[in-house]
Design a protein around this ligand. Structure first.
Ligand SMILES: [Mg+2]
Length: 323
């Protein structure tokens, strides 16, 4: 199967600068421009753990597998270059919308439709990967490579007391569909680099408060959140109509928003706002010396759970989802 599929795939790939040797040799060779460092991330998604074949189209799952990696590259302040794609394909037929895909090759081609679409959109080359067929669930592992200026990758650990807590877009309710085709915030990397020294960054995969808690833990600070300033996505409002939870709790806890949380100095935040007056970036609080997440709302200052719930509710048990 592998030979004919690779021939098909090679016909579909565009060659991009930066990949000196792509698919077809024992390994890929990728350029790293002078003054930049290689940034690498990987994420595996598996049927019945991260998606459900039959409910989600295989091409959409392929798109998502790329987007979650692209979001991690954006969170590092990096630019993506090339992806290595590893598919573990079930021998059994897969229900793909109205179609039943009987062979592993057909499944691979359907998943690749989405991967290629996302790769094209963000100028990423598919530089290699692996295919295997086995008696198990569909699994898609993408390793994404990118570059960032040497010594200037955005880490989780640089937030300092007094920094503004910035969120890059509206939050909550992603399960209504945005979770399948998220928008990695690569568009913000160059604008931010142009006028700010980003002290710390993380992308929101498991929920604003949980990912903020991770950034705070890495930086050794806490955060005071102005809950009235949190940009709430209309999907969070829609979800709240049937969930019994407030739109704010959806915005704080839902996850898979793939927006970024940033720590910026006051000067840098002012400079960014002056350069981009129509920005959807929003200051939603400050990093503080006292650890923990604190919400400042109309009932004063209250401790917030990293699960995203301010007042009780159920606690999420997700682990650290990615590298
Ligand atoms: Mg991440």
């Amino acid at each position: 199967m592998e030979q004919s599929f690779l021939a098909w795939l090679r016909g579909r790939l565009r060659s991009l600068p930066g990949v000196a040797v792509g698919i077809g040799d024992d390994a890929a060779i990728i350029d790293c421009p002078p003054g930049r460092q290689l940034v690498a991330t990987t994420d595996a998604i598996i049927d019945r753990v991260d998606f459900v074949t039959g409910e989600h189209a295989l091409a959409d799952i392929g798109v998502k597998a790329m987007m979650i990696n692209l979001s991690d590259i954006a969170a590092m302040g990096a630019t993506p270059t090339a992806a290595l794609v590893t598919l573990a394909l079930p021998t059994q037929a897969i229900q793909d919308g109205a179609v039943t895909r009987g062979g592993a090759t057909e499944t691979a081609a359907a998943v690749y439709e989405g991967i290629l679409q996302a790769a094209e959109r963000f100028g990423v080359a598919i530089a290699g990967g692996d295919l295997s067929v086995y008696d198990g669930p569909l699994s898609i592992t993408i390793t994404l490579l990118g570059t960032a200026p040497t010594g200037a990758g955005w880490l989780r650990c640089g937030a300092v007391e007094g920094d503004h807590l910035i969120v890059t877009g509206p939050l909550g309710g992603s399960l209504l569909g945005r979770h399948l085709n998220p928008r990695p915030r690569l568009d913000l990397v160059e604008p931010l680099r142009g006028c700010a020294d980003v002290h710390a960054a993380i992308d929101i995969s498991d929920g604003f408060s949980l990912d903020l808690d991770r950034l705070c833990a890495a930086s050794g600070v806490g955060a005071e959140i102005d809950t009235a300033a949190i940009p709430i996505h209309p999907d969070a409002v829609t979800r709240s109509e049937t969930s019994g939870t407030t739109p704010l709790d959806h915005a704080l806890g839902d996850g898979e928003d793939f927006e970024l949380i940033l720590a910026l100095s006051d000067d840098d935040w002012k400079r960014f706002q002056a350069a981009y007056p129509d920005t959807e970036l929003t200051a939603v609080g400050r990093f503080i010396g006292r650890t923990g997440l604190w919400s400042r709302g109309d009932r004063g200052l209250r401790r917030m759970l990293a699960s995203g719930f301010i007042h009780g509710g159920q606690r999420r048990t997700d682990g650290e989802g990615d590298t």
